[in-house]
Design a protein around this ligand. Structure first.
Ligand code: PEP
Ligand code: MG
Length: 898
């Protein structure tokens, strides 16, 4: 097998098409080299080697030889030799997986510096300070990545070798009264390197290796091993990246951004990843190595004045400082974006006035930016409509609909601090100072904001659990910003005025001290931070023209209709604003909970005979008529599927003693009698008990009342020259006989109302298909029903036998042990529950080829389930109002995958 892929001097063995084998970074280095872009030469060791190493703990036979011969090619291009005493070549060793996992795996830089090669490099560079700075970086990275992490050593918090070495350096800096690492004198750096070695020996019990080849091979191995590092695994679990992929390793000639004032390093996006604006957006640092920008230890300079921010507006941009290099970079970024036809995230280094490109990859972006870029690239004719539709992940639309801070309330709030706006929207939460605390508090149902000086990849689990993230250091491309943006989380970084003590669990600025658990509010779109909470406000989607355009394209492509689940005129209106094409589920039981109604409901349940029951239920008629009138009116002429009462009756009864005695008083029955009635209504398995159409069969007057309310509201609207379209839906049907029984009552009531009012109107009577038997006998039911709506919540519950209310008790273990891949209540189980849906559709359509079929379970708003429903030939999905745009986009994407 070919294990090594060379790139350099305009030639490359691989290309962008080889991502699986070379990882994203390696494939793109090869591609950039082929495009004639200046890339330091090097080679990629393939992901196959990673898999081989993971399985056998060894390398393929000829690998060492192949590395040696390829290294010679690199040496030739660079006119340097690895390990040479006079003219040493230094190497970087970096990971690179198929899908980008920012900061999750390891890197070792400056490999090849030893006691013997140091003088040669000093001679060549003429800069002793630079060489020792590079050496202390190598020692630190090597000790951390190779000697500790890859060796599987797990130190306690604050005790890692990196933290120990950082502490030694802080002491040295204090002693020398220097602020930045690069200001340390040669002597200090020399001493520092010596102290580092002593600390490593005493902490780890091994010497830092002074042999370039040992450094290289141990670094390569450590990078492969970092694929199975804790944080890489946890990131893959969150992002659903398969664990068997493995990483590639890129070994590349080092170029230096820290060799003096004509050197620099930076990162940039070809468009702004927060707003989508078509401007190169990035940060750079003079006289620095790449890790300095991402680590956020120094405030980076802006690339140009268009993207300077509060913290960086006073420092010089690359455009002003090195105009020629800036123009070259601008040309390259333009070339890359046109070549890849997507926004790129690039890394570069300037060594002694020469620009080198170190990386290009598709840039992560938030929902706003994603939509804007898709539409603008379409308008620029860079991509076509189908590509534009696929550029936005449906879930990202959630961010666009994210609540923002109420502007009026925000104006009145006192600013606590200001940082950089790294992740959009607003959020309030209780502050915590460690990622473990964030995760723990989140598990207990708390809403937290993670507060850190800076975040590192070790923090991903805590960031994931947090509502928002706040850091004191770092720029817009710092780790916290990148990760938050990827997840669409509210995030403020670089809040320089904050003093954070993770040890004391305090956060202070200008004399105000906050403690763990105190509330804070962030505006991730402006960078403002406030003490306490601020109400959030919905966003105006009409003002987002890019979103509107994207939705128009989605509407043109999709076949699947998108309705909404709504129980009130207000929800119906919200859903209409988001583009809902009707109501797929109106759960009438949600209407019974205000005090007047619940009391009538309770009267109905307690009633001893039909007469009293009818009296009680008739009290509900005017309320229900008003409800249905409002919803049908808001939605007309779109259809509204109104489901008859579904939950077990005891759900409406009081549970607590004093409530029971109050009710007994009100209904003029004894407490004892009431308690007996409550006891009689108690069911061992209420989800499988007296609910759904079983209620309408036991108490037909409930169905009569609801049907009357629906039809009277309809008649009223017809008289007002509206075009209401009610669809009456019978819940939880298992046999066609249940359906026939209920349909007769409904149809009779329609006739009665028509006669009473003298108005004719249209309506349909259909059923929920939410039990396996209903799927199996769908052909019989379809003979009577005018529509089907799959209730995939109950269908999942009854197919798995997993209680939808109690699955939380064992689901985490099921997911951890990979017994099931995802929560089946969130994403449809296509093999099991899905095959019942397919059966129901087929059987139903055999009898009635025009049968209208929808789905109104929670899966109606889940993109991957939507793809399945599209394939299955459903007419529409119905989901909560806020998921309507998500469902529309997913439905359009389903056509493209079909
Ligand atoms: C369902 O079961 O999928 C459904 C929509 O009904 P409910 O969630 O109200 O039981
Ligand atoms: Mg149901």
């Amino acid at each position: 097998m070919k294990s090594i892929y060379f790139f350099g001097n305009g030639k490359a063995d691989g290309s962008a098409a080889d991502k699986n084998l070379l990882g994203g970074k390696g494939a793109n280095l090869a591609e950039m080299t082929r495009l004639g872009i200046p890339v330091p030469p090097g080679f990629t060791i393939s992901t196959d080697v990673c898999s081989y190493y993971m399985e056998s703990d060894n390398y393929p036979d000829k690998l060492k030889l192949q590395v040696a011969t390829t290294l010679e090619k690199v040496e030739k291009i660079m006119s340097q030799k690895f390990g040479d005493v006079n003219n040493p070549l230094l190497l970087s060793v970096r990971s690179g997986a198929r899908k980008s996992m920012p900061g999750m795996m390891e890197t070792v830089l400056n490999v090849g510096l030893t006691i013997k090669t140091i003088p040669g490099l000093i001679e060549k560079s003429g800069d002793e300070q630079f060489v020792y700075d590079a050496y202390r970086r190598l020692i630190t990275m090597f000790a951390d990545v190779v000697m500790e992490k890859a060796a599987g050593i797990e130190p306690a918090e604050g005790e890692s070798i990196r933290e120990k070495l950082d502490k030694i350096m802080e002491v040295e800096k204090k002693k020398n009264r220097t602020k930045t690492n690069s200001e340390l004198s040669v002597n200090s750096l020399k001493q520092l390197c010596q102290k580092f070695k002593v600390e490593i020996k005493s902490s780890i019990g091994k010497d830092f290796p002074d042999d370039p080849h040992i450094q290289l091979w141990e670094s390569i191995t450590a990078v492969f091993k970092s694929w199975n590092g804790k944080r890489a695994i946890s990131y893959r679990n969150i992002e659903n990246i398969p664990h068997q992929w493995g990483t590639a390793v890129n070994v590349q000639a080092m170029v230096f951004g820290n060799m003096g004032d004509s050197c620099a390093t930076g990162v940039a996006f070809t468009r702004n990843p927060s707003t989508g604006e078509n401007n190169i957006y990035g940060e750079w640092l003079p006289n620095a190595q790449g890790e300095d920008v991402v680590a956020g230890l120094r405030t980076p300079n802006p690339i140009n004045n268009l993207n300077s921010n509060n913290n960086s507006k006073r420092i010089i941009s690359l455009k002003d400082h090195m105009p020629e290099i800036y123009n070259e970079l601008d040309g390259i970024q333009d070339q890359l974006e046109k070549h890849y036809k997507d926004m790129q995230d690039i890394e570069f280094t300037i060594q002694s006035g020469y620009l080198w490109m170190l990386q290009t990859r598709t840039g992560k972006r938030n929902g706003f930016a994603s939509v804007r870029m898709a539409i603008e690239m379409l308008e620029e004719k860079l991509i076509d409509e189908k590509t534009a539709l696929q550029r936005v992940k449906p879930e990202q639309l959630d961010e666009i609909m994210h609540p923002m801070l109420d502007a009026e309330a925000e104006k009145k709030s006192k600013l606590f601090a200001k940082g950089l706006p790294a992740g959009p929207g607003g959020a309030s939460g209780q502050i915590v100072f460690t990622s473990n605390d964030a995760e723990m508090w989140h598990k207990t149902g708390k809403q937290v904001i993670l507060v850190r000086n800076e975040t590192s990849p070790e923090d991903v689990h805590g960031m994931f659990a947090s509502k928002a993230i706040l850091t004191a250091r770092g720029g817009m491309t710092s780790h916290a910003a990148l990760v938050a943006r990827g997840w669409g989380k509210c995030c403020v970084v670089g809040c320089a005025d904050l003093q954070i003590s993770a040890q004391d669990k305090t956060l202070s600025t200008n004399g105000t001290v906050l403690h763990e658990g105190d509330w804070l509010t962030l505006n991730g779109s402006s960078g403002c931070v406030y003490e306490g909470t601020i109400p959030l406000k919905e966003v105006d989607l009409n003002a987002n023209i890019h979103f509107q355009k994207l939705m128009k394209i989605a509407d043109r492509f999709r076949k699947l209709g998108v309705r909404t689940n709504a129980d009130s005129p207000k929800d119906a209106q919200t859903a209409l604003k988001f583009g809902a094409e009707g109501i797929g589920l109106c759960r009438t039981e949600h209407m019974f909970f205000d005090p007047e109604r619940i009391s009538a409901m309770r009267e109905l349940i307690i009633a001893k005979d039909k007469n009293n029951r009818r009296k009680a239920i008739m009290k509900l008629l005017p309320h229900q008529r008003k409800d249905f009138y409002g919803i049908l009116k808001a939605m007309a002429p779109h259809p509204v599927t109104i489901r008859l009462l579904d939950p077990p009756l005891h759900e409406f009864l009081p549970q607590e003693k004093n409530q029971i005695s109050k009710l007994a008083n009100k209904l003029h029955v004894s407490i004892k009698e009431l308690n007996t009635r409550i006891k009689n209504l108690h069911e061992t398995n209420p989800m499988l008990g007296h609910r759904g159409c079983r209620l309408g069969i036991s108490y037909p007057e409930i169905t009569e009342m609801q049907a009357r309310a629906i039809f009277e509201a309809t008649a009223q609207l017809v008289m007002e020259e509206k075009s209401p379209l009610p669809e009456v839906m019978v819940p939880l049907v298992v046999t066609v006989m249940e359906f026939k029984h209920q349909k007769e009552i409904i149809d009779n009531m329609a006739e009665t109302v028509k006669k009473e009012t003298g108005v004719t109107f249209e309506y349909l009577v259909g059923t929920m298909i939410e039990l396996p038997r209903a799927c199996a006998t769908a052909d019989q039911i379809a003979k009577e029903a005018e529509f089907f709506s799959f209730g995939t919540n109950d269908l999942t519950q009854t197919t798995y036998g997993f209680s939808r209310d109690d699955i939380g008790g064992f689901l985490p273990e099921y997911l951890d042990h990979k017994i099931i891949p995802v929560d089946p209540f969130q994403s449809i189980d296509q093999e099991g529950v899905g095959s019942l849906v397919i059966m129901g559709v087929k059987k139903g359509r055999v009898v009635n080829s025009k049968l209208k079929i929808g789905i109104c379970g929670e899966h109606g708003g889940d993109p991957s389930s939507i793809h399945f429903f599209h394939k299955t030939g459903l007419d529409y999905v119905s989901c909560s109002p806020f998921r309507v745009p998500i469902a529309k986009l997913a439905a359009a994407q389903a056509i493209l995958i079909d």
